[in-house]
Design a protein around this ligand. Sequence first.
Ligand SMILES: C[S@@+](CC[C@H](N)C(=O)[O-])C[C@H]1O[C@@H](n2cnc3c(N)ncnc32)[C@H](O)[C@@H]1O
Length: 308
Amino acid sequence: MSARPPASSESNSGETPGADPDDPIGMRFPNLARIWNYQLGGKDNFEIDRKASDAANGLVANLGVPTGAAIALEGRHLLQRMVDYMLGQGVRQFLDLGSGLPNMASTHQIAHRAAPETRVVYVDSDPMVSAHTAALAAGRNVVTVQGDLREPGQVLGDERVRDLLDFGQPVGIIFMNVLHCLWNEEDPWGLVRRFEDATAPGSYLAISHMTTEAHPEAAEKVFQMTQDLHWDAPLLSRDRADIARLFGGFTLVEPGLVPPAQWRPDLDNPLRENEIGGGEETVLETSFAELPDDELGVGWHLCGIGVR
Ligand SMILES: C[S@@+](CC[C@H](N)C(=O)[O-])C[C@H]1O[C@@H](n2cnc3c(N)ncnc32)[C@H](O)[C@@H]1O
């Protein structure tokens, strides 16, 4: 698996998804935010995204590996448990980077169920994500910013971010299923460090990242598919050591770096829709589909939470 971005001459005859002024939201190429939305049963996607999702699911199913839909659902359950954990540690402000299209219980809903005063900033580089999130997740204590986590200075310096979050107090920084979109050359380790440097002691870092550990052949083939079909982002699985290194100065809390199904499964509460209900936020789908038993612990990701 190459960890370097293709040179422009190698990639799509120099065409960059989304960079075409005639195609501002990148409808000509499969788009990861919309693919993830489709995998989660959402409606904010186009035929090109559905075809790419189905192709990826077919490829991994042929290798006997769980599909993107199972992985995406497992990831949303994990987000719920990780946010609940950080709330339990007293965190009342979150910076959710690469937050995705809102079609299943999102960070602010999970948090507001228990602590309505919690402040949440969503950051995503995709224009459709920021438009939908701003519309659906509008409300007190929630801000949506279209921003690129490869520009930490811009994200952290954004007035809306600084107005809502107090970086003198602990923050929960969330990178769920996004750091594998960055090439090694873009230095995901250094970028995470920039966010770490902005946080106060007592802050938390939550990461879930695709790994080569469980299904190396499928990981390589899925990566190659993202390149061949010109997805707007690569899916670069990494090994345990490279993922562990992302935590930098944060100390991993128990149970350490594990597959999502093994990360504090006792915190899972799929009946949360009963508790979230009411108020404006019910416009979002807050129910959680059951995870099929045979797809638990799929091991495509490694995840953990670190504390400063
Ligand atoms: C696979 S989705 C994950 C969404 C959500 N975090 C979740 O776990 O359900 C990855 C998201 O990261 C966003 N993304 C990819 N690269 C990004 C970057 N450099 N900066 C900000 N967002 C990015 C994509 O637009 C997409 O919405």
